[in-house]
Design a protein around this ligand. Structure first.
Ligand code: ADP
Length: 490
């Protein structure tokens, strides 16, 4: 099958969070299974150009209709760790992708509406005729809308669209100007509850809703999250739409790319190890301590890696830092915040613990460093308020780092409590708590830290159980292919 992935991220060249990992990992798996996959991305100025091989201009003059003019674009091609990627670069005064950041600009709605339009225009003009267009999150929600309302009539009758919801918190609310810009026009037609009109703000267009309404199949990134967004209030206002389209909605657990995230072959860590050489993990613990000037003491290291965002449970992350330091544990954090207030909060914490030999907070994005932390720590907290899938706990499992998570979304699908799970003992792999409060995380940490000190052999058993879990792309890859097969134009 011929699949075009249209996305705003792809690891490691353009990665903010899990979306980037998924686009890369799924594409790789689909290719291993004999399909042809091309990834279409914006040509951001902040791409990791050192990770693109053989970047070259492949389509010189792509004119993308935009309002009543056209924007001149160039399209580049390059390999990202073996994946075929096209990068669209617009030349206009807007400088849509020359902002030194991926997201967080006031005109994000226009930047990604433009990208969606440009991706289709590129496929049309270059004669690409994929069986499946797979798009992701609100940034590319307009792709199926444009395909069925416009590009189909220009000859693109063959492709079918699979649309993946990675996070319903961000839906891409915008206004009528996007209809005019993209040439969809007809506001009275699109401002309709059955089409793009936001379910709660009648003056707004909702790009994610457009993706749900117009695509042939909608997936979300874990079965539990699929159920939560259908049956609880965790759908940020899209409940009715999801209910209407529940017949084409499914939850597929994300995979982890074990070619990138595997302590046996990881080139970013000082000492490789596996389930039969767990002792070597401690060389990485030593290296992590050296890197962060932590003292060498008989204590476990607990870590947090991830965006510092409301969703991730900022009060509980803060609580965990205090709890760990007061209970014989070292704490390491790697994270960035898109929110100035939250960023400030963690800077203050960092200053407070600057001289503490058991704590280091690294505020920044550093892919290579994250590998060392996964390898060197013994526990990882993921106390999210909600979590569509969550990759960090699955990566941690592979590295023998025991996750301590809140039972929500994909966390509940992947982590099984050492004491309370109804699974057989050899399938239990972490610690799980329910209540989003201090007592919840304290009690889970208490059990985890207690086990580390009191029953080290049992703790090692838990680490090994986690390393044996198969959260590779093998199963999800097949699920996606089944969906593609189900919707494709035969
Ligand atoms: P989300 O997609 O909500 O951000 P996920 O758990 O699905 O969260 O994916 C997070 C991914 O981003 C993981 O690969 C994690 O290692 C990586 N990551 C998050 N923050 C950082 C950071 N500050 N530095 C390096 N990698 C990070």
């Amino acid at each position: 099958m011929y699949i075009a992935m249209v996305a705003s991220e792809c690891a490691p060249v353009a990665k903010v969070g899990g979306l980037g990992d998924v686009v890369f990992g799924l594409s790789r798996e689909l290719e291993i299974r004999g399909n042809s996959v091309e990834i279409i991305l914006p040509k951001y100025d902040c791409l990791r150009y050192d990770q693109i091989f053989d970047l070259r201009l492949t389509y010189k003059d792509l004119w993308v209709p935009w309002y009543d003019r056209a924007v001149h674009c160039s399209v580049y091609f390059g390999f990202v760790h073996g994946r075929k990627c096209f990068f669209i670069e617009p030349h206009s005064d807007h400088n849509f992708f020359h902002r030194r950041v991926f997201y967080g600009q006031r005109d994000d709605d226009q930047r990604f509406a433009f990208f969606s339009k440009a991706a289709l225009e590129f496929m049309l003009k270059s004669g690409k005729n994929p069986d499946i267009i797979h798009c992701h999150d609100w940034q590319t929600g307009l792709v199926p809308v444009l395909l069925y309302e416009m590009y189909k009539h220009l000859g693109m009758t063959h492709p079918r669209v699979c649309y993946t919801l990675h996070n319903l918190q961000h839906q891409g609310l915008t206004g009528e100007h996007v209809l005019r810009a993209t040439g969809l026009n007809r506001p009275s037609y699109f401002f309709h509850q059955d089409r793009l009109q936001d379910n709660f703000n009648p003056a707004a267009i909702n790009l994610m809703k457009g993706g749900i309404v117009y695509s042939n199949f909608v997936t979300t990134v874990s079965p539990r999250y699929a159920s939560e967004i259908l049956h609880t209030s965790q759908n940020f206002g899209l409940g009715h739409t999801l209910h209407v389209y529940r017949g084409k909605l499914g939850g597929i657990l994300n995979g982890v790319d074990y070619n990138t995230w595997n302590p046996e072959i990881d080139s970013h860590i000082p000492c490789r190890y596996g389930i039969n050489s767990l002792a070597d993990k401690y060389e990485n613990k030593k290296a992590l301590r050296q890197r962060f000037w932590l003292q060498d003491a008989y204590k476990p290291i607990v870590c947090y890696i991830g965006r510092l965002d409301h969703q991730k449970g900022v009060p509980l992350i803060t609580r965990a830092i205090h709890y760990c330091l007061q209970n014989g544990t070292q704490f390491v954090l790697l994270g960035t915040s898109p929110d100035a207030g939250i960023g400030h909060h963690f800077w203050r914490l960092k200053q407070r613990y600057n001289d503490n030999p058991d704590c280091h907070l690294e505020l920044g994005f550093n892919e290579e460093l994250s590998h060392l932390i996964y390898a060197g720590a013994e526990m990882m907290i993921v106390p999210s308020l909600f979590e569509p899938c969550g990759l960090t706990q699955m990566i941690a499992l592979k590295y023998g780092t025991v996750p301590v998570v809140r039972a929500t979304g994909g966390l509940a699908d992947t982590v099984f409590d050492a004491n309370h799970s109804d699974r057989p003992c050899d399938e239990r792999n972490g610690y799980v708590f329910n209540d989003f409060n201090d007592q919840g995380i304290d009690s889970a940490l208490h059990r985890a830290i207690g086990m580390w000190y009191t029953y080290p052999n049992d703790f090692q058993e838990l680490m090994a159980n986690g390393m044996r879990c198969d959260y590779s792309w093998n199963h999800p890859g097949q699920h996606y292919l089944n969906i593609y097969e189900h919707i494709r134009d035969k």
